[in-house]
Structures are given as C-alpha cells and as structure tokens.
Design a protein around this ligand. Sequence first.
Ligand SMILES: [Zn+2]
Length: 180
Amino acid sequence: MTLDGRVLLLNGSTWEPLGIINVPRAINLVLAGKAIVIEESEQVLRSVRKQFNVPSVIALRRYINVPRRKAQWSRRAVLLRDNYTCIYCGVRPGDMLQGKLLHKSDMTIDHIVPKSRGGKDVWTNTACACYVCNRRKGGRLPGEAGMKLRWEPRRPRTNYLVIEIGNGPDAWRKYIEISS
Ligand SMILES: [Zn+2]
C-alpha cells in the first residue's frame, strides 16, 4: 500500500484550507474522530480487516483559529489562481488556438491596466491571458481594445496554499478561497 500521497486539510465549519498533510497523518486524524473525509482519492488502502479509499480532502470537526496570511502575488500564483485560463477568450492548455495546441507555457500574465500606464503587479490588476489576446490588447485598457474580462481578478485569501493546491489534484481546486 502507498501512503505517500498528500491530503488537503480544511478547517472545521468554514472549510478554509489549513495545509497539506501526508496520508498517515490524515488517516490518524480521521480515525481519532478529529476530522471527517470530504473527498476520497482513487487510491485504495487495504488492511487486514477492511479496505477504504485514501482521503484526498479532509476537514477538522471543529473550527480552529488561525491567523490569516495575505496571499503573496507572483506570476505563477496568478496563473494557478486563474487555472491557466485566458481571462479574455477562455482558452486553456489543451485547447487549440490558431491551429496550435496550447501548453501552460503559452499562457501569459496580462496587466489589466498596462504597466506602461502605471498598472501594478497586484492580484486585482493581473490575470492569465493567452499570448494572442495579450498581444492584441497590447498597451491598452480592455475597453479600448474592445475586450471583456470574463471574471473579476481577485486576491486569493490563503497564501502559500494557492500554489500547492493549484499543483494538487483537480478535486482540491474548489477549496482555494477567493476574497474580494
Ligand atoms: Zn485569449
């Protein structure tokens, strides 16, 4: 049996991500009655008497008070926040764009208010864009370029977890908390 997977630990009642822990610790929390399983992985764990799916997401039964850290901006964190989806046309890695298969490396960071016009490297001014949309927009505001934002870029609430959750299984993504 493999116990090297990672499990997303959520806070009680709010389901706010608290951290990423290993499988044995997660199972201990569940067996000790301190946490409940929210999502299971495909992995099956067999013991002498029974078998069960390895948890992928667990939540504490009780809410614990933790200081909230502000999410640190980075280009990579913006791409992960936006799930590598172009904020203007909605293409993603795996989609075809102008006859070419898109890869994660084709996704760029767009400054909604361009840097040349004072736009900053902050969560609310940056979003993932495909290179075609980024080039088309150039040094203009979206409105000037006749382009629309498909969503409002926001600051994620939890810091270090954005990247780790973004790199984790798809089932984790919905637990990335976004605050306005
Ligand atoms: Zn695009």
